[in-house]
Design a protein. Structure first.
Length: 333
């Protein structure tokens, strides 16, 4: 799966392309920081305007909105270009994978579900990496940029449970996010979600295979197809009940998450220790830090699918290696 980074033919796309994507994501995060600063200034201006008539001019108001439009346009432009380039980048990665599978397909075709591994799993792998991989990198960059901002904004204001401790907001976000993530990871492991997803794909592959055979072979009875579909039905129903339990915990946590920043800021808000603009900056920075630390939690269903695809492709490549060793042994004999 990772020959993309080790074959000379793909060095330009794999290494230079990775650098381009990382640099572009860093630019996006920097623009996001500027937008966070804009929120603070804008809401302070709103508070000033609402406090007394004509405290600001209409020109100042429109200028502030225009500055946001400029920042938003820059963010959208970079995001669109990154998305376009990443799609090409990951298709080259998929190409590197399938070129290897094509070269050994005479052996690979004898392995159960080979066509699905080469066609469906490679495209799934590239598509999931497109959303999941870039999101992970961006989440790390956001943490690097926003944690110092959150620390600077929280100095000198009282935080619920932590009092005047200057690290209160950061530690609070850390405990809340990591605690929730660990809880859902444990829940996912208990419910064996990756294994269920893997079994589901195997049942679907077997069902599809018999349907394909039935197109050309009239001796294949519908009863055989129905029996296979019964297996598909049972594994789907099992996955539904497992995800029902998992989603109870996941959705309840995410709903409670909406109030987390306001809970920590309660003493500062009640005491009037912050302005409206500073409060908005803190809440947005807290949300960005918290959201980055909750990356695994929010992306868990996609991570499960990626883990299942990875497991199937690794199993496929392992069988290819075993067949190669067996062929070498028979040749020497």
């Amino acid at each position: 799966m990772f020959r993309f980074f080790t074959i000379k033919k793909w060095y330009l796309w794999s290494w230079v392309g990775s650098f381009v994507i990382l640099s572009s994501l860093w630019v996006q995060v920097k623009i996001d920081v500027k937008i966070n600063e804009w929120f603070g200034e804008f809401y302070d201006m709103i508070q000033k305007a609402l406090g007394a008539p004509n405290a600001i001019t209409i020109e100042e108001y429109w200028a502030s909105l225009f500055s946001f439009i400029v920042l938003a346009a820059m963010y959208v432009g970079v995001a669109v270009i990154v998305s376009y380039f990443t799609s090409h980048y990951l298709f080259r990665w998929r190409t590197a994978m399938v070129e290897y599978y094509h070269s050994v397909y005479e052996k690979a075709r004898k392995i159960e579900g080979a066509s699905q591994r080469v066609q469906e799993d490679t495209i799934k792998f590239s598509r999931i990496m497109e959303s999941l991989g870039t999101s992970l990198i961006e989440a790390i960059m956001i943490l690097v940029e926003f944690m110092p901002i959150l620390f600077g904004l929280s100095i000198g204001i009282p935080i619920f449970f932590f009092g005047d401790w200057e690290y209160g907001l950061i530690v609070g976000a850390l405990l809340w996010s990591i605690g929730g993530t660990i809880f859902l990871i444990i829940l996912g492991l208990i419910l064996r979600l990756v294994g269920v997803e893997y079994d589901l794909q195997k049942k679907e592959a077997a069902y599809r295979k018999i349907l394909v055979i039935a197109e050309d072979d009239g001796t294949v009875r519908p009863k055989t197809i129905e029996e296979l579909f019964d297996g598909v039905r049972s594994i789907h129903f099992l996955s539904y009940i497992r995800y029902l339990y998992f989603n109870i915990g996941r959705i309840a946590y995410l709903q409670a998450n909406v109030l987390s920043a306001y809970v920590f800021l309660a003493p500062a808000i009640v005491a009037g220790a912050v302005t409206l603009g500073v409060m908005q900056q803190i809440i947005r920075a807290f949300g960005r830090v918290e959201g980055s630390m909750q990356y695994i939690l929010k992306a868990w269903p996609t991570i499960i699918e990626l883990a299942s695809v990875y497991k199937r492709l690794r199993e496929f490549e392992y069988k290819l290696k075993v067949d190669d060793k067996r062929s070498e042994s028979e040749y020497k004999t």
